[in-house]
Design a protein around this ligand. Structure first.
Ligand code: SAM
Length: 275
């Protein structure tokens, strides 16, 4: 993982990092949790539950949460559906953090966390009935190879269930670099392209829909929290560079316009492994 740059320009300090790594560094930042919450994708756990219902996830089934972030969905689904779950994390502290969450939720006997890259995830961790991928495919540099690897560790008839940021036109230049990466936009595709990628890896799409309303809700939530953060910096109760807040507010304003004109959205896909 690259070292954080010493530039004092807020999110732009991540400018030189690759999208996946950049995303992982940014989502490990305490400010990200404060702004977004523990569930790092639009739609939160309600959309996670919808994915689980579409795959019929239930006790005895094995779930892989690929790119599990803080392990929020991993632990939530183990608890709510009774499945066995593995959270795959890039972050060096992700295994311990996820384990602590599993213990706190009383599901540590059915939940495991593994540190690995989706691209190289070891078939030794088993075969899965459901692979969950929330706001991760957009960040992967090697999308076809990564999906192919997830196909290999899926059971025949198993599902891949994903939600992700969709981008249908070129992004404005302000969102093409690190800020776009932080918001999972920099290498996002449109829903049709995601479906083609999933099918080329050997899955057949069963369900898909736009879930773009979830992005507008998340933008509103972050916007309100940024206003609070700005006030907190003003009275000295939050120790964060103000430039970070200014960058984030600008990015959010642009993103909101892009959702309104249909360039930016969010999509859901559930597909089944054939053979
Ligand atoms: C936007 S966050 C979403 C986290 C989680 N799925 C959620 O919804 O709360 C994207 C996550 O993908 C992870 N990620 C990105 N590239 C990855 C890769 N190649 N292998 C494993 N995880 C990856 C990042 O570390 C980050 O935790």
């Amino acid at each position: 993982m690259n070292e954080r740059s010493t530039s004092a320009t807020g999110i732009n300090a991540f400018e030189t990092q690759a999208v996946g790594a950049c995303c992982s560094v940014i989502y490990s930042h305490p400010l990200a949790t404060w702004l977004i919450g523990e569930s790092f994708h639009p739609g939160g756990l309600a959309l996670t539950d919808e994915l689980a219902a579409l795959t019929g996830l239930k006790p005895g089934m094995r779930l892989l949460d690929a790119g599990c972030g803080r392990g929020t969905s991993t632990v939530h689904l183990a608890k709510s559906t009774g499945c066995d779950a593995v959270g795959l994390t890039l972050e060096s502290d992700g295994v311990e953090r996820g384990r602590q969450l599993a213990v706190a939720s009383g599901v540590e006997d059915r939940v495991q966390f593994v540190q690995d890259d989706i691209l190289h995830v070891d078939t030794g961790i088993g075969e899965f009935d459901v692979v969950l991928m929330e706001c991760v495919l957009s960040t992967l540099e090697q999308k076809p190879a990564s999906l192919r690897q997830l196909y290999r560790i899926s059971k025949p008839g198993g599902y891949i269930a994903l939600t992700d940021v969709t981008v249908s036109k070129n992004l404005p230049v302000e969102l093409q670099g690190s800020i776009g990466a932080a918001l999972c936009m920099a290498d996002a595709r449109d829903l049709d392209e995601y479906m083609s990628l999933v099918e080329e890896a050997g899955f057949r799409v069963k369900e898909y829909r736009s879930a773009s309303e979830a992005v507008q809700q998340l933008i509103r939530k972050i916007g309100m929290r940024l206003m609070i953060a700005d006030a907190a910096i003003g009275i000295g109760s939050l120790d964060v560079e103000r430039s970070l807040i200014v960058d984030a507010r600008n990015a959010l304003r642009i993103a909101s316009g892009l959702v309104e004109d249909g360039t930016l959205g969010y999509g859901l896909i559930v597909a089944q492994r054939v053979g």
